[in-house]
Design a protein around this ligand. Structure first.
Ligand SMILES: O=C([O-])CC(=O)C(=O)O
Ligand SMILES: [Mg+2]
Length: 390
């Protein structure tokens, strides 16, 4: 058993939307195919991955460093003999050969994308949905059969007035979501408050609305928003300040006693640990949003979950960023609290398997081997072209 080849390409996920920090007019992501010599149903097993959203394609790093390390490794060293499968941990270690500690964002996305494709291949070789394989290996065989998801959107874009924002949110409720998320921080506090009130008119209750500032605010602004939003009793207030400014997060928690969420821009278990040590986050109240695709993949995510456990955090407080099927598998297999969903943006990468309906805010997963990409036809078309094309 061996990896024959790892292919990568960059795909566009550009759209006219903007959050408080960036627009997505030039956004790209990497797609990776790990081609193996294992035959299932008469065809070689190919594992697929992509790098979530928000960090651009990683092809140059893969070509310059990571892919050669796998190609040059002894194939025997990458095998998990106990499970007669590829060994994601040995592959991860090989990818990280001669990499210094720290500075995680420089490479964590490239490694996380390859890691996703490796786990997809591992589950396909085992002939099981990834979430079932994870539950068997790490949670005594018990997987969640459905996962809570919330609809993320509410972006800024030209010409979007309150009625368009309300239509968008109404569309999410009509599709079975019970909780939605909108962006804040790109306009004045007064304007954002009127946007929030417009959405509350549609969703009816602050507990059905999250807001996301994408790290835009300094402490003074973060606190001003906190004071203004308190009466709405929102589901969460996300990424108020810079993702690495733990002191800001800690100070903000003295001014806002409602749930907050952050972590999508922390890319290692060490960064996660620093947030929990120094960010004033409350394990009974707050949410953590680490995205495996951006943060060295599932091998590292398992370490992050161990750190959480050591510091008294339940895995149920984790609701990953990214709205992708890999995190959905991790959520169901490793008992997270839920997963993000982008019903309308970042297609075809955002969203879950075709034909799986959201009911009362929960989704199920397809019963097919791997992450489930084959059950999402528009996404699988992009992946298959890479994996099986000439
Ligand atoms: O707008 C983005 O970069 C995505 C984001 O923060 C989220 O999904 O929470
Ligand atoms: Mg966010």
């Amino acid at each position: 058993m061996r990896i024959v080849e790892i292919r990568e390409k960059t795909a566009s996920i550009a759209s006219p939307i903007a959050n408080a920090y960036i627009d997505f007019s030039k956004m790209t992501c990497s797609v990776v195919a790990v081609v193996t010599d294992v035959i299932r149903d008469g065809k070689p097993v190919i594992g697929y991955g992509f790098n979530s959203n928000g960090r651009y394609g990683q092809g140059a790093l893969m070509r310059d460093r990571f892919l050669a390390r796998i190609a040059e490794a002894d194939p025997e060293s990458l095998i998990d003999h106990a499970n007669d499968n590829l060994d994601p941990f040995a592959i991860w270690k090989t990818l990280m050969t001669n990499e210094k500690p720290g500075g995680h964002g420089e490479r964590s996305v490239a490694v996380g994308t390859i890691d996703m494709a490796v786990w997809d291949a591992v589950a396909k070789i085992a002939g099981k949905p990834l979430y079932r394989l994870l539950a068997e290996r790490y949670r005594g065989g018990v997987a969640d059969d459905k996962v809570w998801v919330y609809a993320a959107g509410g972006y800024y874009y030209p010409g979007k007035d309150h009625s368009k924002l309300q239509d968008e949110m109404r569309g999410y409720l009509d599709r079975g979501y019970s909780t939605v998320k909108m962006k804040i921080g790109a306009v004045s506090l007064g304007e954002d408050i009127s946007r929030i009130e417009a959405v509350l008119d549609v969703v009816g209750d602050g507990q059905r609305l999250c807001v996301d500032a994408n790290g835009r605010f300094d402490l003074k602004t973060a606190v001003a928003y906190a004071e203004a939003m308190k009466p709405y009793n929102l589901f969460w207030y996300e990424e108020a300040g810079d993702p690495l400014d733990y002191a800001l997060q800690a100070e903000l928690s003295k001014h806002y006693d409602r749930p907050m969420a952050t972590g999508e821009n922390l890319f290692s278990h060490q960064d996660a640990r620093n947030l929990l040590r120094h960010g004033g986050m409350n394990p009974e109240r707050d949410f953590l949003q680490f995205d495996c695709a951006l943060s060295y993949g599932l091998v590292e995510y398992l370490r992050t979950l161990e750190v959480l456990d050591e510091l008294g955090w339940s895995s149920r407080r984790v609701v990953p960023h990214g709205g992708h099927q890999m995190s959905l598998n991790i959520a169901a297999g490793l008992h997270l609290g839920g997963n993000e969903s982008y019903p309308d943006v970042f297609q075809p990468f955002g969203g879950f398997a075709d034909g799986i309906r959201v009911e009362d805010g929960y989704v199920g997963l397809p019963e097919i081997p791997g992450v489930g990409f084959e059950a999402k036809s528009a996404l699988y078309a992009v992946m298959r072209e890479l994996g099986e094309g000439a």
